[in-house]
Design a protein around this ligand. Sequence first.
Ligand code: ZN
Length: 256
Amino acid sequence: MYRNLFESHAHYDEGCYAPHLDRVLKEQGQKGVSHIINCGSDVASSRRSVELAARYDLIYAAVGVFPLSAGDLQEGWLEEIRALSKAEKVVAIGEIGLDYHAGTKDRDRQMVVFEAQLKLAGERGLPIQIHDREADADTIALVEKHRPRGMVHRFASPPQAGRAFLELGMHLGIGPNITYPEFAHVLETVRTMPLELLVLETDSPFLPPARLAGQISTSDMMGEVAETIAKVRGDCTPQELLDLTCSNAKRLFGIA
Ligand SMILES: [Zn+2]
């Protein structure tokens, strides 16, 4: 069994866990998961993240509005996120960013909402968790402009974008998508990137490893992510990667 699994990005406030959340999180602890950062994607889920962090030792919170929620924000949303960012165990602003996947129309609005939260992160001295879907150029330009600390969550971009983020000092959040053939290009970044900028995640409940496709995922599935990375790199064992990414994440998110 593995230990020191630091889940840097998950959503345990999703309804699918609700009937058994106590049991699920207890099992995660028993399976070696040491920390979980529960991320908000809008004001309501940010509030739930703060509540979960207060209730469970294992859980820390990130608060923020992600691009697909940028279109239907109520006035005062930024004040609410700012207030939530001051709660105990809030360690990041996230997930925030840009999503240009087919069908998104409100790119200007996404940009305004992302930039406001980049400024908030700077003001609060907190790292960020970036959601970048098919929006590398604009995301990199804004990171270059604001120079936040943080991670690119569920990194899935081409190697060239990976290099740009790494040069800006951003961590890359690598998750179970690397076990799917359509994300094989991510392995190229994983093979050569500096290990001190690597953090692991599952984005649970949304993304189980390929062999479990369709199931609800949980953070212990990071073991399989570490196995995949160890195999393509050939310079470390899965447990060494878990130990290292645990200390990387603790350093990034300021957890003792
Ligand atoms: Zn997420």
